[in-house]
Design a binder for this molecule. Structure first.
Ligand SMILES: [Zn+2]
Length: 451
């Protein structure tokens, strides 16, 4: 491996002076201006931050399962690393498990705690070359902690998120124009990065809402995307029709955990389902790594499959398909789900393809929930939902007998305590892939099954 070399940047000679928070911000802005008037580009020549056994040919975009918040790790084929947001809590050990040893570019999309909560820890724990934010200060202790961490690290070069292109190995990050400071709320000034690796494209835009998305569409700054990180955790105001018409993402990943905001919202899930071939959620699937190739193709790895991730409390159990045709895996959702709610004895399988026309025969498709424990499972008030949030609520007193099973048909019928009916006139489960999630009465995901 090559010895560490400097990043070539006009900002190299500038450092953050120590001093008050206010003085640091002023100084940071000055450094930013210096860099912005120069080439506007950073040639990252850092050595690989991971030690792959063979040369990597993919750009890895990993949406970390950090609960309700964002943390997105970019790993270039040559090893350069960028971290876009750092989640609400400590992500240091998680980054270590992913093989991260240094961070070439650290970005805070906006100063809300679910995006910068873990950032001071990252700055204190890893070599960081460049730090970028939108320059908006905030009043919280979390933000002050971030500034204090930056003050303690004058070796980190500050970049303001003005339009520029940054090279991360053979990938590029375009910083898209922001709405003017003071003219938009914190969410609508989220630093937005368009990632390109050959024909592979990804858009990361923090918690941008309708106003910022309209701004970007108005600038024709949104191209067709391979990957979209759902803006604002899949909120109802985190998408617009025109934005999705421009983006046409092939895969959407929603970074979300247990929350009281209604994230992700049903209308957003439906809008994403109408445009993307694949939707993944960190609350259901754990870490989601999208491996992009320069020909525009990609592969999705999730949960325990994400490189080098160990532990995390996630359990997987194998479940045979309801018809025996395919081996399927049920992912037991943990993350924000408390241990008390975790019921590893439950397994879900989906028979999505009904005989004949699915819409004419909704009872021909069904979900089987098996209880592999000897003890009965009480599921009264629990809900079974598809990816578009079509849900069935089990009646009070519903139970699955020990080592028993229940079947939930999509159509209309009379429940007998072992067979339930969602009461739909049309098919629910997408034959090309969907996710069945069982939520307990408090709304916590207990078990999810994707196919
Ligand atoms: Zn957020």
């Amino acid at each position: 491996m090559a010895s560490p070399g400097p990043i070539r940047s006009p900002g190299d000679s500038s450092t953050n002076p120590r001093g008050s928070v206010r003085r640091v911000i002023r100084a940071l802005l000055a450094v930013s201006a210096l860099v912005a008037t120069a080439t506007g580009s950073i040639a990252a020549t850092a050595p690989p931050t991971t030690a792959p056994s063979a040369p990597d040919t993919v750009l890895r975009v990993t949406l970390l399962d950090v609960g309700q918040g964002d943390a997105v790790l970019l790993q270039a084929p040559e090893g350069q690393t960028a971290l876009i947001d750092a989640g609400p809590g400590n992500v240091v050990s998680l980054l270590g498990e992913l093989g991260v040893e240094r961070i070439d570019l650290l970005v805070a999309t906006h100063p809300h705690a679910d995006h910068i909560g873990g950032m001071a820890g990252v700055i204190a724990s890893f070599p960081v070359r460049f730090f970028m934010d939108n320059g908006d200060p905030h009043t919280t202790a979390t933000y002050r902690g971030l500034i204090a961490a930056l003050e303690a690290r004058p070796d980190i070069t500050y970049l303001e998120a003005t339009p520029r292109t940054i090279s991360l190995g053979s990938a590029t990050l375009e910083v898209l124009p922001l709405l003017p400071r003071g003219a938009a709320g914190l969410n609508d000034r989220s630093v937005t990065l368009l990632v390109r690796f050959g024909s592979f494209t990804a858009l990361l835009s923090g918690d941008s809402e309708v106003r910022q998305l309209n701004h970007l569409v108005g600038l024709t700054a949104v191209p067709a995307l391979t990957l979209l990180k759902a803006p604002h955790h899949g909120s109802y105001n985190g998408f617009t029709r025109s934005f999705l018409e421009a983006a046409r993402p092939r895969v959407v990943v929603i970074s979300v955990g247990r929350n009281s905001y209604g994230h992700p919202h049903r209308v957003a899930l439906e809008a994403y389902a109408a445009t993307a071939g694949e939707i993944l959620r960190t609350d259901l699937h754990g870490h989601v790594e999208v491996r992009g190739r320069d020909d525009g193709s990609f592969a999705v790895v999730r949960g325990d499959g994400v490189a080098s991730v160990r532990g995390g409390g996630r359990a997987t159990v194998a479940a045979g398909g309801g018809d025996g045709r395919r081996e399927r895996t049920a992912v037991v959702a943990t993350g924000a789900v408390s241990a008390a709610h975790l019921h590893t004895g439950l397994r879900i399988t989906v028979q999505a393809d009904a005989p004949g026309n699915d819409h004419r025969n909704p009872n021909g498709e069904y979900v089987v929930v098996e209880n592999t424990d000897a003890a009965a499972a009480a599921i009264g008030g629990w809900r079974l939902c598809d990816l578009s949030n079509h849900c069935f609520r089990f009646p009070p007193g519903a139970v699955i007998a020990g080592e028993g099973r229940i079947v939930v048909h999509s159509g209309v019928g009379q429940s007998d305590g072992e067979r339930y009916y969602m009461g739909r006139r049309r098919a629910v489960w997408n034959n090309n892939g969907d996710t069945a999630t069982l939520y307990d009465a408090k709304g916590a995901a207990v078990v999810a099954f994707s196919y």
